[in-house]
Ligand binder design. Structure first.
Ligand code: ATP
Ligand code: MG
Length: 433
């Protein structure tokens, strides 16, 4: 027996039957992001390892444990990107985009890689919709970014998610909080997991992000960053909340939320669901005002978010199905002599914008009709040798189960005229049923 090669663990094929969901989510994301003035940027999947180590933070889970890092043939350390922000910031700096007044708001959609334990909603290759804005520190933008995220989720049909927000302070107010927290964690050390016992020295805020139950319990009564915010950060956070409130966007302040990347400051947020078990975050983001400067670029503020597409689609699929495109026309052929004309006819119909599937290999009319039925074709065009001689084809409307003869030369016009339909089968993928 020949041994089969299988996909890499945690890396999924997205099969044609699932693709309509992906296309719907992507198309809606592009539409919404562009309405808010975001422009697409595409960066490589592979970057220098250093880019992620420096931006995300050496003592984060992503950099410590989850990175797909490797040395190339010349011994240069590279990594498959675990997230998009660092790459977009790098590209912005590298191409001097601050000189372009249009280059403020960016988005990118694509695969990310993290070596995590695969489970439902957690994979090693997964996809994100990612938005980033540079050069604007107005809290109005923080609010707009979250409003946009909610707008997008509503449009794809996900209304039952919760927006959690927090402020992580800034380099002026975070150090005193860190010291407070360190003192608190010192007393709780025996209850912490080995990872957190180490984190409390190098990066105590990370303990808030631990998913181990006993660490979560140990944090009861921990000091809160919101009580330590400096005046500027407090005012910024107040404004974000009042702008959100002004639009009637429901949100919850979650003083424990820190997010898994070190570059965040001030506003952070997450979109949470209670329908995916432990994988409860659909997306998240926040401000990272020091990152551009830390990566050697201009000192411009930044803010962004990333949405996990697999989790979104798992949620959307619960109890619903989305029809993929079906051919508008199935071209049935009877007899060898009719094949060439049927092929020509199919091409003419496709050029007019109709989806056409052919009856490859011929067979009986009955078997061809069965196949047309399975494909859910709206019409079958039947061309036999006898019709060919008379220059006509039989057009069968599969839904109404009626049929009529149409001259071959008038087929394109026949389909373009029929009851207001525009052809173009892909439209059907847009509507959840
Ligand atoms: P989690 O806490 O669930 O590990 P995270 O904080 O690591 O998430 P981010 O780095 O903020 O996630 O990425 C944003 C979004 O990307 C997440 O909210 C989630 O929807 C998605 N995501 C992150 N890691 C994975 C993964 N391994 N598989 C699938 N989706 C993921
Ligand atoms: Mg994670």
């Amino acid at each position: 027996m020949v041994e089969r090669v299988q996909a890499v663990r945690g890396m999924n094929d997205i099969l044609p039957e699932a693709v309509p969901w992906w296309q719907m989510v992507e198309a809606t994301a592009r539409e919404v992001l562009e309405l808010y003035g975001y422009r697409e940027i595409r960066t490589p999947l592979v970057e220098k390892l250093e880019l992620f180590a420096r931006s995300i933070g050496e003592s984060t889970d992503i950099v410590e444990k989850e990175m797909y890092a490797f040395a190339d043939r010349k011994g240069q350390w590279l990594a498959l990107r675990p997230e998009a922000t660092a790459s977009v910031v790098r590209a912005f700096i590298e191409h001097n985009l601050q000189a372009d007044p249009l280059a403020r708001k960016f988005y990118t959609i694509g695969p990310m890689f993290r070596h995590e334990r695969p489970q439902k909603g957690r994979y090693r290759q997964f996809h994100q919709i990612d938005a980033e804005v540079f050069g604007i520190d107005d809290p109005l933008l923080d609010a707009e970014l979250m409003v946009m995220l909610c707008d997008f989720l509503e449009r794809i049909g996900l209304a039952d998610v919760a927006l959690h927000i927090n402020s992580l302070g800034c380099p002026a107010c975070r150090p005193s909080f860190r010291e407070d927290l360190k003192r608190f964690l010192h007393h709780r050390a025996p209850s912490l997991c080995p990872d957190c016992d180490r984190r409390r020295h190098v990066n105590p805020l990370r303990v808030f992000d631990c998913k181990v139950d006993r660490c979560r319990e140990a944090l009861t009564g921990a000091p809160q960053l919101l009580d330590h915010l400096c005046e500027d950060c407090a005012r910024h956070f107040e404004k974000v909340q009042s702008y959100l409130g002004g639009l009637g966007v429901p949100f919850m302040v979650d003083p424990r939320m820190v997010r898994g990347l070190d570059y965040y400051m001030r506003t952070t947020f997450e979109v949470i669901t209670d329908r995916l078990g432990a994988q409860n975050a659909v997306g998240g983001g926040g401000r990272y005002d020091g990152l551009m400067r830390d990566l050697g670029g201009p000192d411009l503020p930044g803010i962004g978010f990333a949405i996990g597409m697999e989790r979104l689609i798992l949620l959307l699929q619960q109890g619903r199905s989305l029809q993929g495109p079906a051919p508008e026309v199935f071209m049935a052929v009877l007899g060898e002599k009719a094949v060439s004309e049927a092929f020509r006819t199919a091409q003419a119909l496709r050029r007019s914008g109709l989806g056409v599937e052919m009856a490859y290999g011929g067979g009986s009319l009955k078997s061809q009709m069965r196949r047309a039925d399975k494909l859910a074709a709206a019409y079958v065009v039947i061309l036999g040798e006898e019709e060919l001689q008379r220059g006509v084809a039989v057009v069968r409307n599969m839904k109404e189960k009626s049929q009529k003869e149409v001259p071959l030369s008038g087929l394109v016009e026949f389909f373009s005229r029929r009851d207001g339909s525009s052809g173009g089968a892909p439209d059907r993928a847009q509507e959840p049923v």
